[in-house]
Design a protein around this ligand. Structure first.
Ligand SMILES: [Zn+2]
Length: 269
């Protein structure tokens, strides 16, 4: 996405989301008659080969994120799936896609990711994760002779965008497109994020059809200068879904959904 279009998209997002949108409908319509900008000149085409997608592997080898029901670190799941998504995007024409693997401690790694994306002038930052549950929901079982934790209560993928991102509208559009493609693959989204049981993990559901949530404070979504989406591809603390996430069928379905969404996004530019 070109810089000027980025600015325009940001302006449109800020206009749509300004308090103006909350005033009485008649008044807003009258105000819009004056304030509405002229239609944008036809935007340059999205050139797939030049569209810079950064596929971020969530967490690091040292700070590996969640632990699965079978005691495998989330980082490994993220690395496998993000690598597959990157390969799929490249093979479908998004030649400028790159995989971002970050080392070090958890919090410092977040800023390294943001710097890498911003310095590389990314058009889209896609962070790949796998989900767990708050500690209070964990139950115990024995796996491979070791006391282990699981929760089979929730499953599914989810998508997150930040209202603080300068391209919130584009981020939301992309997240919706990915969500719709995942739905078309027969996958369901994780509905628990609106529930009180999630405590401080509770989020506002922005799209109840395809599972896009709002997560304003997340560093990688709010500090990136490009559009940014975080994908929780599925729950690895759920014993059945962990096995699904290990299957090539599920991994291919997710990678295919992301690639299809990106093609759709580019075709519409
Ligand atoms: Zn994670």
């Amino acid at each position: 996405m070109g810089q000027s279009r980025s600015i325009i998209a940001g302006l449109i997002a800020s206009i749509l989301l300004s308090p103006l949108a909350l005033v009485d409908v008649g008044e807003a319509a009258a105000t819009r008659k004056i304030a509405r900008p002229r239609p944008k000149p036809s935007p340059a085409k999205c050139e797939m080969a030049k569209f810079r997608i950064v596929v971020d592997v969530g967490h690091t080898p040292d700070a590996y994120g969640a632990l699965s029901a079978r005691n495998d670190p989330e980082f490994g799941f993220n690395l496998r799936l993000a690598s597959l998504i990157t390969a799929r995007l490249k093979s479908e024409g998004f030649a400028a896609t790159r995989l971002l693997v970050t080392n070090g401690k958890a919090r410092a790694s977040l800023f390294k990711r943001v710097s890498a994306a911003n310095d590389g002038r990314a058009d889209l930052f896609l962070s790949v994760h796998h989900d767990s549950v708050p500690d209070k929901l964990l139950e115990t079982w024995e796996f491979d002779g070791a006391n282990s934790y699981f929760s089979d209560r929730f499953s599914g993928h989810s998508l997150f965008v930040s209202h603080q991102n300068p391209h919130f509208a584009t981020s939301l559009l992309l997240a919706r497109m990915i969500g719709r493609q995942l739905k078309e693959q027969g996958l369901h989204y994780a509905r628990q994020y609106t529930l009180p049981v999630m405590g401080h993990y509770r989020r506002q559901l922005l799209d109840k059809d395809v599972g896009v949530y709002r997560y304003d404070g997340l560093v990688v979504l709010s500090r990136t200068r490009s559009a940014a989406v975080l994908l929780e591809a599925g729950s690895i603390i759920n014993r059945d879904e962990e096995m699904e996430m290990n299957s090539s069928e599920r991994q291919d379905a997710v990678a295919g959904a992301v690639a299809a969404a990106m093609r759709e996004f580019c075709e519409r530019r």
